[in-house]
Design a protein. Structure first.
Length: 277
């Protein structure tokens, strides 16, 4: 059993691209994402000219170069193997996009990801999990696409399964592409303002879902909520309420049932764990 496990681990390592780590194994062979899969990844993220794509473990640079050449985006590739960085830069020059992309020889855990609007990944599963806190800290709305490997209990917003040629003639292989959109950070106590003064709401958030408790003199209400890049929307409980998040404020855009009186009001994020009333 131990031998079988070791062999399985070795086969997995051989099937994955290179990536940065504290002590990277420079002997892990580079396995490129097929060109058609790279295109599907960028399509899944709805990449456009306004985007900046960052590829973590960029290999020969094809995803970043494709993002620039086909979708008009700018981009950065992070790769720890020097000859792949040189190859990527030369390929960008040949394809006429060297003014829109750059490739850095850098451990991906040391990369500044803040400029990204789209992140692409084809990494070991445990590396995805180590990256997850940094990815969740990116600005809300950032899209993340991973080739073949998920993020554990952070469930994707969308999964795309595609079939293509396998290694053996006439064979096929199934590939999974996973998309996440970084949600707004609303895990906090929220204090009603104006006509909502005296109303408190706590949200316990886990990725794109949350459990909320809203209380005021009218009663205490509990509901499950969906959380995306800019909105919090009730999914259960009495009535309906939906907020738009903007700069540590939640603005009520829809309210019905026991929440109707909150229509048009706003809540501010508490900075000290309590409301001033």
């Amino acid at each position: 059993m131990k031998l079988a496990t070791a062999l399985a681990a070795a086969m997995l390592a051989a099937a994955l691209p290179s990536f940065g780590a504290a002590e990277p194994d420079r002997h892990v062979p580079f396995v490129p994402t097929p060109d058609d899969v790279a295109v599907r990844m960028l399509e899944l993220a709805k990449v456009g000219p306004a985007d900046h794509v960052m590829d973590l473990g960029s290999g020969d640079g094809r995803i970043v170069i494709t993002a620039a050449r086909r979708f008009g985006a700018s981009g950065t590739g992070f790769e720890i193997i020097p000859h792949l960085v040189r190859q990527s830069r030369e390929r960008a020059r040949r394809e006429g996009v060297d003014g829109k992309v750059r490739f850095l020889e850098l451990d991906l855990f040391k990369a500044d990801l803040d400029p990204a609007t789209v992140i692409t990944l084809y990494l070991f599963p445990d590396v995805n999990l180590k990256l997850r806190p940094s990815l969740l800290a990116l600005k809300p709305g950032t899209r993340i696409v991973s080739h073949d490997f998920d993020m554990g209990d952070w469930k994707p917003d969308r999964t795309l399964t595609i079939r293509g040629p396998g290694k053996k003639p006439g064979s096929t292989r199934t590939r999974n592409l996973y998309l996440w959109v970084v949600p707004a950070d609303v895990d906090a106590l929220w204090c009603g303002e104006g006509n909502a003064t005296g109303t408190r709401m706590t949200i316990a958030q886990q990725y794109q879902r949350g459990t909320a408790t809203l209380s005021n003199v009218r009663g205490v209400y509990h509901f499950e909520a969906a959380i995306d890049a800019h909105r919090v929307t009730s999914l259960s409980g009495d009535g309906r309420i939906a907020f738009v998040e903007e700069k540590d404020m939640l603005h009520v855009r829809e309210a019905a049932g026991p929440f109707a009186h909150l229509q048009g009001t706003s809540f501010s994020k508490s900075c000290c764990g309590s409301c001033a009333y």
